[in-house]
Design a protein around this ligand. Structure first.
Ligand code: EPU
Length: 420
């Protein structure tokens, strides 16, 4: 029986929450642990289905990993396999991060096209052409991708990405830290999770500079060692809970946050009339009497632009704002799949290609809706909290890929969400 979330909405929310660790940091860092010949202790790791998938992949490569609360310990000293079965590759998009890590550690790998949320086509052409530049021979046969390195070790190279892809940047870094010579990545993605990955690798002895900027320089080392590292807070989960308070009305103290990294989101949310007071590692927010629409278009862009991952949750809040807001989705081709469910709940949204026009309505109402992807699913939970009556959300395995115990977070804020 598939689980559902039952939300009774329409109630003001109030309380304190400790923000979970970042999924999009934890996954590449777990892949990176393969590069360290020793034990890596990763603290603040969220307990999520995608994290368990990463741990299964590590197991299949011959590494040991174990969880204790939010600490995961990975020991890669006995890693002996460079093949990931197709069914594990399909479980999530981040399985592709193991390509760079396996090339660094085992100097070869066999993978297939990764799975992940359906947000339109999500090719891996940039990942493959970047590693080719580093001396990797890639052949694709019968759905399998086989990578070999004739020279025996990845070679440093100058790589200019056609677009600052987060995943391609991370894969190049993973492949380059144990490469022969210096690698320069131009037009690199600047997302905070890339800095977190590089911070972890530096703690293992890697030589990386420039992360967080568009030009990253990696000088290859012979070996990396284990370390203890704390994964950064999840800025998208943070954006979700702030959107929840904006939508339902109320106030929140969000603890263990990364306020500076959340600034591109916070500066837009502030325009809705919410009062937001970010301190270094916590954020206090109080909603206004009635949410105001955002007057200039909200354009998703690579960091430090407005994050595509926060588009859906903010849209859910703005569907009950006073006035019309406009979104422009520039990162993914098909990231408005949550709008049908929001419309079913009474929202007034029109989608035309990459544009969504959201005319705020007075109230949303409960409905039976289905999550079709991770952040779109979270947007339905945000809308449900603001809606009158009961909303039943199905397809919640999508939500569980990114949100640790979402129903407990709701309850802690005085909301009414049950998992059945
Ligand atoms: N792209 C290509 N070719 C490639 C790689 C990417 O055309 O070889 C395109 C993608 O199809 C997309 C755009 O480039 O249109 C951006 O993709 P990017 O590679 O930057 O994204 P990603 O690495 O696949 C990560 C996050 C996503 C997040 C994006 C953008 C992880 C595990 N995933 O994906 O997170 O939306 O960056 O910030 O880090 C989520 O958490 O819900 C999620 C989807």
């Amino acid at each position: 029986m598939m689980q559902k979330l039952i939300v009774t909405g329409g109630k003001r929310l109030e309380g304190e929450l400790v923000l979970q660790g970042s999924k999009n940091s934890a996954l590449p860092i777990m892949a990176a642990a393969l590069l360290a010949e020793g034990e890596c202790v990763l603290k603040n790791c969220p307990r999520l289905t995608d994290v368990y998938s990463a741990s299964r992949i590590l197991g299949c490569l011959g590494c040991k990993s174990s969880f204790s609360d939010n600490t995961v310990t990975v020991d890669s000293s006995a890693a002996d396999c460079a093949v990931i079965p197709e069914e594990l590759m399909r479980e999530m998009r981040s399985s592709i991060m193991f390509m760079g890590a396996m090339l660094g550690r085992m100097k070869e790998c066999t993978i297939s096209v990764p799975g992940g949320c359906e947000l339109g086509p999500r090719p891996i052409d940039m990942h493959l052409s970047a590693v080719r530049k580093m001396g990797v021979e890639v052949s694709e046969t019968g759905g399998r991708i086989v990578c070999r390195i004739p020279s025996g070790r990845p070679k440093g190279a100058k790589i200019t990405l056609p677009f600052p892809s987060v995943g391609a940047t991370e894969n190049v870094v993973l492949c380059a830290v144990l490469a022969d010579g210096e690698t320069v990545v131009n037009n690199a993605a600047r997302e905070p999770e890339i800095c977190d990955l590089c911070g972890f690798l530096r703690a293992c002895g890697a030589d990386i500079t420039g992360d967080g900027e568009s030009r990253i320089v990696i000088r290859g080392k012979e070996h990396l060692h284990g370390c203890e590292y704390t994964i950064m807070p999840d800025r998208i989960v943070g954006a979700t809970y702030l959107s929840l308070i904006a939508a339902a009305g109320g106030e929140i103290i969000l603890k263990n946050t990364c306020s500076a990294e959340m600034e591109p989101f916070i500066s837009v949310l502030e325009q809705t009339g919410c009062s937001i007071y970010p301190a270094k590692d916590r954020i206090y927010m109080r909603s206004g009497a009635r949410l105001r629409a955002v007057s200039s278009p909200i354009r998703t862009m690579p960091h430090p632009g407005f994050p595509t991952d926060a588009q859906a949750v903010l849209m859910a809040a703005l569907s009950v704002a006073d006035g019309t807001s406009v979104f422009e989705e520039n990162i993914f081709d098909c990231r408005y799949r949550h709008t049908d469910a929001l419309i079913k709940m009474g929202a007034d949204i029109q989608v035309m290609g990459r544009i969504a026009v959201v005319k705020g309505v007075n109230r949303l109402h409960g409905a039976d809706v289905r999550a079709t992807d991770l952040r779109g699913g979270a947007a339905l939970a945000v809308a449900a909290a603001a809606a009158d009556g009961v909303t039943e959300i199905s397809g919640i395995s999508h939500i569980d890929r990114g949100y640790e115990k979402i129903e407990e977070a709701f309850r802690q804020l005085g909301g009414n969400m049950k998992r059945v």
